[in-house]
Design a protein. Structure first.
Length: 290
């Protein structure tokens, strides 16, 4: 059975739990699939991309997919050094450069420095992928501590402002910004109230920013994944929830990171040259308002 055929079948996920976010990919069973499933076609040849949360999960899959399409990448992550090293090796296997930057995107000064380091090291900046995020389950709004609320908004939303502001001075006509929102922005998630709220805000951020930057020739779009098998899942939910993760989708399984990454390649490339302010929904068949 081919890799693509295997991915079309329901996959068994072992009950598991990680105690710290954003989670470690190398500890997951089974390991998420991040390798691109198709040959590259130079869709991003000699572009430079900046990807937050690029050490693992969707971010890793996007970094490797971009590299296969000819881009050099800078990946930003919090502290998961082993995962980041694996991503770097995977990008370099595609014969492209990978700059690894560790730090907290809740810090605006760090975001500015990371963008400048990317330009200084890789020579320019063409694509920004605002992907990093965090989520914490709480049964009631009464259980959400103020510190959690603030941190979730800082990581998921404020960082997009910080990074985009720092990047704009380097972006040129033809550049692209791709933001990661979520299916929860459209259907909600009772136990992820603050997270879902940030993801709804990201949709509005994407649409509003696209209008601001259209006259500059910079496109702004988003991807709204459904249940994707990434380190954030065992770092968020209990073992029982993890074992059932994704089974309630029409396709009956969680998605793999490399099933989401092509959406980012498309939106970052000239194939999407007439698309801005839009959201793509790789979510296993859940029908939502666009």
């Amino acid at each position: 059975m081919t890799n693509q055929a295997q991915q079309s079948q329901p996959q068994h996920v072992e009950p598991q739990r990680q105690e710290k976010q954003p989670g470690k990919e190398h500890e997951m069973q089974p390991r998420p699939q991040y390798e691109p499933r198709h040959k590259g076609a130079d869709k991003l040849l000699d572009k430079v991309a900046f990807i937050t949360g690029g050490d693992s999960g969707i971010g890793r899959a996007v970094a490797v997919a971009f590299a296969r399409e000819g881009a050099d990448v800078a990946i930003v992550y919090l502290e998961e050094n082993e995962d980041a090293r694996e991503t770097k090796k995977a990008v370099e296997k595609e014969k492209r450069k990978c700059l690894v930057i560790a730090g907290d995107i809740c810090d605006e000064n760090f975001c500015k420095k990371a963008i400048e380091q990317t330009v200084e090291t890789l020579g320019k900046l063409d694509i920004v992928v605002n992907n990093a995020g965090e989520q914490h389950e709480k049964e009631s709004i009464d259980e959400i501590p103020t510190a959690q609320l603030q941190r979730t908004f800082q990581t998921n939303l404020f960082a997009m402002f910080y990074i985009t502001k720092a990047a704009l001075r380097h972006l040129k006509p033809g550049s692209a910004i791709v933001n990661t929102t979520s299916v929860t922005a459209y259907k909600g998630k009772p136990t992820l109230l603050d997270y879902s709220s940030t993801k709804g805000a990201i949709v509005a951020f994407t649409r509003s920013l696209s209008g601001q930057l259209a006259e500059k020739g910079i496109r702004v779009n988003a991807v709204a994944p459904g249940p994707i098998w990434t380190p954030l899942i065992p770092a968020t939910f209990d073992e029982k929830h993890v074992a059932e993760f994704g089974k309630n989708t029409p396709l009956g399984r969680p998605g793999q990171p490399n099933e989401v990454a092509p959406s980012y390649v498309f939106l970052a490339s000239d194939d999407a040259s007439y698309i801005t302010g839009q959201v793509i929904h790789p979510n296993g068949g859940t029908i939502v308002g666009s």
